[in-house]
Design a protein around this ligand. Structure first.
Ligand code: GLC
Length: 813
C-alpha cells in the first residue's frame, strides 16, 4: 500500500482507542481491525463519485457504477449476519489446503489477521500456512474500475507454489433475487487473452420505446497482471452442483473448466499460479470494472497490469483525499472529536453519502431531495463548488409549482413525487448556507429548468417557489400542514388528508423566512422580503400561542386534530425536533428555550444521547405511520436518531450551554460509543444512523451505519457550534461554546480562499464569550460584540493568525 504503507508503519506504534476488535492508527487516518469476527460487518465505502464498492472486514461487499441498485456489477444479498457475498480470492497450496485472502468464504483460521480501513482504500492482511497475503483494494480517481493488489509473502525458507482463484457473481444492472432466472439469461460472458468480459443484452430501465428493451451499455471486465492459467464463468462448474462458496468444487480440485457464454449462471473466476521463492514476495494485481467501450476496458486492463501504475493510482487517490480533508483541521483536548472532525466524518459524508449513496444496512443509489442537499454542506469549507453543483442538481428536480421529488434515480430519472412537506424547503436552506460560506450571490441568477418542463428560471425563483408553496399549505389555525411526512419520514400517516399539522415544520419555516427575507432584500425584492418577515412574525406568535403543551412544544396534530408529542399521549409524549428547532429557529424566547433544553436533558437524553421521542410506540398507530411500526426503541421509534440528535448540540450552543453541547456531541461520537463494542456493535469510525433506545432490549446498539445524514451534521455542529467557527455572509464568526475544562484549541480552516489559523484560549475556564482577540498580532480597534466576533474576509491565498481569548461569563450569549 504505497503512500499508505509508510504511514501505517508509524500507525502500529500507538494504538488509539483500542478495543478487543481494533484501534485507530497513530495518525488516526486508518482503523485497524484485528479479527474478522466483529459484532457486525465493519465496512468501508470506497467511491470516486461514479464507480464504487463496499468492503467488509471479512472480505464481503459489492461494486457498482453510478447507481448501487440499478447498476450493480456484482451480486450481493443483504445479510449482515452471514456477510457471505463478496468478491473473493481463494488460495490453494501444494498440499491442497484452501483458504481465502479475506476470511470469508472459507473461514479457515488465520494465524494472523488484520483489516485496515483507510481513507479511499482498505487492506486485508492474513497469514496461514507460512504465507502472508495482503489485499489492497481501492478505486482509481477518475476511472470506472477497482483494483485489488495482492501481495503474497512467503515467510518460509522454501519456495512455495500457490494457486489463486478469484470469484464473484455478475449482476450487471438491477437483478432482484426473485427474478434471477429471468435476468441471468441476458448475461453474456467471454474470455479473451486471459481477461474475462461480461455484458447484458437487456437493461431494466424505461425507454421511449417501452420498458426493458435496451442493452446494458457497459462492458464489465475482470483481469489480472499475471496471465491466468485458466478461467470459468459458470457457477455450476465452479461451485459444483449444490455446492457452496465455502469450498467450491473447482478450488478443491484445483481446476477451472473454461466455460463462458450466454447460457450459464454467470460468475467470474480467474486462476493464477504463483511460485514464490523463499522469504520473498510476489505481487498480482486484479482489476474489475464497467467500461463504456471495449477500448476503454482494454486500456484499463493493460494499464493496471503494471504494479507501478497501480501504486501511482493509489498515491493519486490518497493525495486527493489528503487535500480535501486538510482544508479543515482542528486540535482540541478531545482526541475522539479531533479524529472524527479531521478525517472520518468528512470521509463518510463524501465517500459514503454523496458519492456512494449506499452501504450495508441500506443499499441506495438514488438521490434524496433533502438528504443529499443537507449532506452537500460538508463541501462548503472544502470545495463549495461541489455544494453549488448539488444545489443546481436538486433545483432541476423541482416542479413548476415548487414541489419536488422526494427522491429520484440517477440513470432512469424516475422519481417519487409526494406531499411530504419539508423536502422543498431544504433548497432555500442550503442555498443560504452556501451564501454564508461563499458570499457568492451570483448563484441566485443561475438558471435551471424544472423537472416538468417549461421555462428555465433563476435559482432565486426556484427557492421562492419552494417557500411560497410551503406557505400555502397551512391549516386554518396558522400551522403548516405535515402532508405525507416532514423531516421525519416515519410520520407517514399523520396528515395524509392534508389536515394534520407539523410544529417542527413551523420552526423550520421560521428559520428560513427571515433568512430568505434578507436574501430578497439584497436583490431589491422588497415586497417579498416584507411578506416573508411578516409571515415569520405571525408564525412565531401562532406556534407559541397554540403549540405549547405546558412544558414543551407538542410535535403536531393528526388529520383528526388529535395532538401527538404531547403530555396527553401515553406513547410518543415528547419529540426532540419540536424542542431543538424551537431554539435553532428562534421561535422560543429565552425562557422557553432554556426550559425545552432542560426537558430534553431530563426526559430524552440517555447514555447514547437524546432520543428522537419517548416513550416508544409499543403498538402500531395507523394514524402515526410506519415510525410506530418499528420495534420499540429502534430507529425513529424511540432510538437515538443521530441526524436529529446532532441538532440538539446547536440548540445547546446557541444558549451558551457549553458543557451540555459537548456532552451530547461526545455521546454521539461513534468512537466513544465504540468503546463498548459488544454493546454498540457498529463501526467506531463512522456514525450510525441510530442507536437503540431504552425501550429496546439491545439498548445502546448502533445500526444503519455509513449511509446516514448524521455524518455531515455531526461534523458541522462540532466545528461551527462547539468550536464556534462558522461562516456568515459578512465573514467568519468566532463564537465557541465549550466545556469549562478546555484550556485551548485551534482550528485551521479555509474561508473564501484564505487560510484562517485560529487559536482560542480559555484561561478563566468559561463556556463561551470572546473577551479579546488579535489578528496577526494586532488587536482590532473595534473589537465589536464581546461574545461574537466576525473576522474580516481576507485576500484569497493569504494566511492569518487569529488568537481569541475567552473571558469570564457575564451572562447569556
Ligand atoms: C432517513 C431519511 C431522511 C429522513 C430520516 C428521518 O434517514 O433518509 O430523509 O429525514 O430518515 O426520518
Amino acid at each position: 500500500m504505497a503512500g499508505a504503507g509508510t504511514r501505517s508503519l508509524k500507525g502500529y506504534r500507538l494504538k488509539r482507542f483500542a478495543t478487543k476488535y481494533g484501534n485507530f492508527s497513530t495518525d488516526g487516518r486508518e482503523y485497524h481491525i484485528n479479527t474478522p469476527e466483529t459484532p457486525r460487518p465493519w465496512i468501508n465505502v470506497i467511491s470516486n463519485g461514479d464507480y464504487g464498492l463496499t468492503l467488509s472486514q471479512t472480505g464481503g461487499g459489492y461494486s457498482w457504477r453510478t447507481h448501487a441498485q440499478l447498476n450493480r456489477l456484482t451480486r450481493w444479498e443483504q445479510d449482515l449476519i452471514k456477510d457471505e457475498w463478496g468478491k473473493y480470492i481463494y488460495l490453494r497450496d501444494e498440499k491442497g489446503d484452501v483458504w481465502s485472502a479475506g476470511w470469508k468464504p472459507v473461514c479457515a483460521k488465520p494465524d494472523h489477521y488484520r483489516c485496515c480501513h483507510g481513507i479511499g482504500y482498505s487492506t486485508i492482511t492474513s497469514r496461514r500456512n507460512g504465507i502472508e497475503t495482503e489485499v489492497l483494494v481501492f478505486v482509481p480517481r477518475d476511472e470506472p474500475c477497482e483494483i485489488w493488489k495482492l501481495t503474497l509473502r512467503n515467510l518460509s525458507s522454501k519456495p512455495r507454489v500457490i494457486d489463486l482463484f478469484t470469484y464473484f457473481e455478475w449482476c450487471l444492472g438491477a437483478s432482484p433475487d426473485w427474478h434471477r432466472e429471468f435476468h441471468k439469461s441476458f448475461i453474456e460472458t467471454s474470455q479473451q487473452h486471459g481477461a474475462l468480459f461480461a455484458t447484458k443484452r437487456l437493461w431494466e430501465v424505461p425507454t421511449d420505446r417501452g420498458h426493458w428493451n435496451i442493452d446494458w451499455p457497459y462492458l464489465a471486465f475482470h483481469a489480472s497482471s499475471i496471465k491466468p492459467s485458466s478461467y470459468d464463468c459458470d457457477k455450476e462448474s465452479f461451485l459444483g452442483r449444490y455446492g457452496s462458496v465455502a469450498m467450491p468444487a473447482a478450488v478443491k480440485k484445483g481446476k477451472l473448466k473454461k466455460r463462458a457464454g450466454n447460457w450459464l449462471d454467470p460468475i467470474a473466476s480467474l486462476k493464477v499460479n504463483v511460485t514464490i521463492p523463499a522469504n520473498s514476495e510476489k505481487v498480482v494485481c486484479f482489476t474489475l470494472g464497467a467500461a463504456d467501450s471495449k477500448e476503454q476496458a482494454e486500456r484499463l486492463i493493460q494499464k493496471y497490469r503494471s504494479p507501478k501504475s497501480v501504486d501511482t493510482a493509489l498515491e493519486d487517490v490518497t493525495t486527493h483525499w489528503e487535500k480535501l480533508l486538510d482544508t479543515v483541521k482542528i486540535e482540541t483536548p478531545d482526541e475522539a472529536m479531533n479524529l472524527m472532525e479531521n478525517y472520518w466524518l468528512k470521509y463518510q459524508a463524501i465517500s459514503g453519502r454523496l458519492w456512494g449513496r449506499t452501504a450495508y444496512y441500506q443499499t441506495g443509489g438514488a438521490f434524496g431531495f433533502r438528504d443529499q442537499l443537507q449532506d452537500s454542506q460538508i463541501f462548503l469549507p472544502i470545495d463549495p463548488e461541489k455544494t453549488r453543483d448539488q444545489i443546481r442538481l436538486h433545483a432541476r428536480h423541482q416542479f413548476n409549482d415548487g414541489t419536488v421529488y422526494h427522491w429520484w434515480h440517477p440513470i432512469t430519472e424516475v422519481g417519487l413525487h409526494t406531499t411530504i412537506s419539508d423536502d422543498l424547503l431544504w433548497l432555500p436552506f442550503v442555498v443560504k448556507s452556501y451564501l454564508d460560506e461563499t458570499g457568492d450571490f451570483t448563484i441566485l441568477d443561475v438558471e435551471e429548468p424544472f423537472v416538468d418542463g417549461g421555462e428555465r428560471v433563476p435559482l432565486y425563483d426556484h427557492c421562492a417557489r419552494a417557500i411560497d408553496c410551503a406557505l400555502v399549505r397551512f391549516s386554518k389555525r396558522g400551522l403548516p400542514l405535515i402532508g405525507a411526512g416532514d423531516w421525519n419520514d416515519g410520520l407517514s400517516a399523520v396528515g395524509l388528508d392534508m389536515k394534520g399539522e407539523s410544529v417542527w415544520l413551523g420552526h423550520f419555516l421560521h428559520r428560513i423566512l427571515p433568512d430568505f427575507g434578507d436574501v430578497a432584500e439584497r436583490r431589491g425584492d422588497a415586497a417579498r422580503a416584507a411578506s416573508y418577515r411578516a409571515r415569520a412574525g405571525k408564525l412565531k406568535q401562532t406556534i407559541n400561542a397554540i403549540a405549547w403543551d405546558g412544558e414543551w412544544f407538542y410535535r403536531g396534530t393528526k388529520d383528526s386534530g388529535e395532538k401527538f408529542g404531547s403530555s396527553r399521549n401515553a406513547e410518543g409524549k415528547i419529540y426532540l425536533n419540536a424542542q431543538t428547532w424551537a431554539v435553532i429557529a428562534g421561535v422560543a424566547d429565552e425562557e422557553r428555550a432554556n426550559a425545552v433544553m432542560d426537558i430534553i436533558e431530563k426526559m430524552l437524553e440517555h447514555k447514547a444521547g437524546p432520543l428522537l421521542l419517548t416513550p416508544a410506540y409499543k403498538t402500531p398507530d395507523k394514524n402515526i405511520g410506519y415510525l410506530s411500526r418499528y420495534a420499540p426503541g429502534m430507529r425513529e421509534n424511540g432510538g437515538v436518531y443521530i441526524h436529529a440528535a446532532a441538532w440538539s448540540v446547536i440548540a445547546e450552543a446557541m444558549l451558551g450551554r457549553g458543557e451540555s453541547a459537548f456532552r451530547i456531541y461526545s455521546k454521539l461520537n461513534p468512537i466513544n460509543r465504540g468503546k463498548t463494542p459488544d454493546e454498540y456493535y457498529a463501526e467506531p469510525y463512522v456514525t450510525s444512523g441510530n442507536i437503540e433506545g431504552p425501550d429496546s432490549p439491545f439498548y445502546g446498539r448502533g445500526g444503519w451505519t455509513w449511509y446516514t445524514g448524521s455524518a455531515a451534521w455531526l461534523f458541522k455542529v462540532g466545528l461551527e457550534w462547539i468550536l464556534g467557527i462558522r461562516p456568515s455572509v459578512d465573514g467568519l464568526i468566532v463564537n465557541p461554546c465549550i466545556p469549562r475544562s478546555w484550556k485551548t484549541f485551534t482550528v485551521r480552516r479555509q474561508f473564501r480562499g484564505a487560510t484562517y489559523r485560529i487559536e482560542v484560549n480559555n484561561p478563566h475556564g468559561v463556556e463561551h464569550g470572546v473577551a479579546a482577540y488579535a489578528i496577526d498580532g494586532e488587536t482590532p480597534l473595534c473589537p465589536g460584540n464581546r461574545n461574537l466576533v466576525i473576522l474580516p474576509v481576507f485576500e484569497a491565498g493569504s494566511t492569518h493568525l487569529i488568537v481569541a481569548t475567552l473571558g469570564p461569563a457575564t451572562g447569556k450569549k
